[in-house]
Design a protein around this ligand. Structure first.
Ligand code: NAD
Length: 278
C-alpha cells in the first residue's frame, strides 16, 4: 500500500483571506481564525480588510508567531483593489493557490416591502459582487500555478428561510449557487470552489451587536448540539476545503451549524408510545 502525502500540510502555498480583521481584537472573527489556521499549517497569508488597524493586528499576530502574512487595506467592492490583491500576492509569494471569500455584512433590516433600496444594492455589492471581483483576478493566477481552491462564505440564513432581513437572506442564498456555478465553470482548469454556511457563531461582528446573554442562550438552544459555535469551528471546515485533503470535493456547501439546518432537535413529546408494524 502506498500512502498519499500528508494532505493538510500547506507549506509553500499562498492563501488570500478577505475580511481578515476582527474587532474588538479580543473576539476573533471568521476571517482571522481562518488566516491563523492557514498560517499554522504552513501557508503564506495575504490578509485583506478595509479596516487598517484590524488587518494590521492580524498580520502582526501571525508574523510574530512564526507565520508569514502580508496585510492589504482596501474595499473588496473596488475592482482595481481586487486586481491589486492578486498581483501583490504573486509579487510577494510567487503564486495564489487558495482564496477565502469571507467578507459579508448584515445589511439593512426589512422585507421586500420596506427595505432601503440603496442599502439593498450595497449589500449585493459587498456580499456577492465582491466575491466575483476577487475570484476573477485570483482564478487566472491559480490556473498559472496549476490549480487552486476557493471557499465562499454563506450562512445558515442562505439555506433556509426565517432570517428577518431580506438582503442578508438573499445574498447568502446567492452565494450557494454562485459556488456551484463557479465550480462547474472552472473545474476543468483544476479550480475547486466550495462554500461554508455557518450557524450563529460568536464572532466579533456578533459581539459588536451587543447580543445579550439571553439572546446567546436562545440561539444555543435552537441547534441540535445545543452549543454556541466559535470561528475556530468554522475555520477547521474552511481550511479542510481549501487544502489538498479536499482535492476531490467541489461545488458543495457545508453547513457548520451544530445541526441547525438539518432539522428540528429530537423532541421526547413525539416518541410514539407503541411500536407500529405493518
Ligand atoms: N458571525 C456569525 O455568526 C456568522 C454566521 C454565518 C455567516 N457569517 C459570515 O461570516 C463572515 C464574517 O463574519 P464575522 O462575523 O466573522 O465578521 P467580522 O466583523 O468579525 O469580520 C468581518 C471583517 O470584514 C471586513 N469588511 C467588511 N466589509 C468589507 C469590505 N467591503 N471590504 C473589505 N473588508 C470588509 C470588516 O472590516 C471586518 O474586519 C460574513 O460573511 C458573515 O456573513 C457569520
Amino acid at each position: 500500500m502506498t500512502e498519499p502525502p500528508m494532505s493538510t500540510d500547506l507549506t509553500g502555498l499562498t492563501a488570500t483571506v478577505t475580511g481578515a480583521g476582527s474587532a474588538p481584537a479580543d473576539v476573533v472573527g471568521n476571517g482571522r481564525a481562518v488566516a491563523t489556521l492557514l498560517a499554522r499549517r504552513g501557508a503564506n497569508v495575504v490578509a485583506v480588510d478595509r479596516d487598517a488597524s484590524r488587518v494590521e493586528d492580524t498580520a502582526s499576530y501571525l508574523n510574530e508567531s512564526g507565520g508569514s502574512c502580508l496585510p492589504l487595506v482596501g474595499d473588496v467592492t473596488d475592482d482595481a483593489f481586487c486586481r491589486e490583491i492578486s498581483e501583490r500576492a504573486v509579487a510577494e509569494y510567487g503564486a495564489v493557490n487558495m482564496l477565502f471569500n469571507n467578507v459579508g455584512v448584515g445589511g439593512p433590516q426589512g422585507t421586500v416591502v420596506n427595505v432601503d433600496l440603496e442599502k439593498w444594492r450595497r449589500t449585493l455589492d459587498v456580499n456577492v459582487t465582491s466575491m466575483l471581483l476577487t475570484s476573477r483576478y485570483a482564478i487566472p493566477k491559480m490556473v498559472a500555478a496549476g490549480g487552486g481552491a476557493i471557499v465562499n462564505m454563506s450562512s445558515a440564513a442562505g439555506l433556509v428561510g426565517g432570517h428577518a432581513h431580506i438582503a442578508y437572506a438573499v445574498t447568502k442564498g446567492a452565494i450557494v449557487n454562485m459556488t456551484r456555478a463557479m465550480a462547474a465553470q472552472h473545474g476543468a482548469d483544476g479550480i475547486r470552489v466550495n462554500c461554508v454556511a455557518p450557524g450563529m457563531a460568536y464572532t466579533a461582528m456578533v459581539a459588536s451587536q451587543n447580543m445579550t446573554t439571553e439572546m446567546r442562550e436562545a440561539r444555543r438552544q435552537r441547534s441540535m448540539l445545543q452549543t454556541e459555535g466559535t470561528p475556530w469551528d468554522v475555520a477547521e471546515t474552511v481550511v479542510f476545503l481549501l487544502s489538498p485533503a479536499a482535492k476531490w470535493t467541489t461545488g458543495v456547501t457545508v453547513p457548520v451549524d451544530a445541526g441547525r439546518t438539518a432539522g428540528e432537535r429530537s423532541n421526547p413529546v413525539f416518541v410514539f408510545d407503541k411500536e407500529i408494524s405493518s
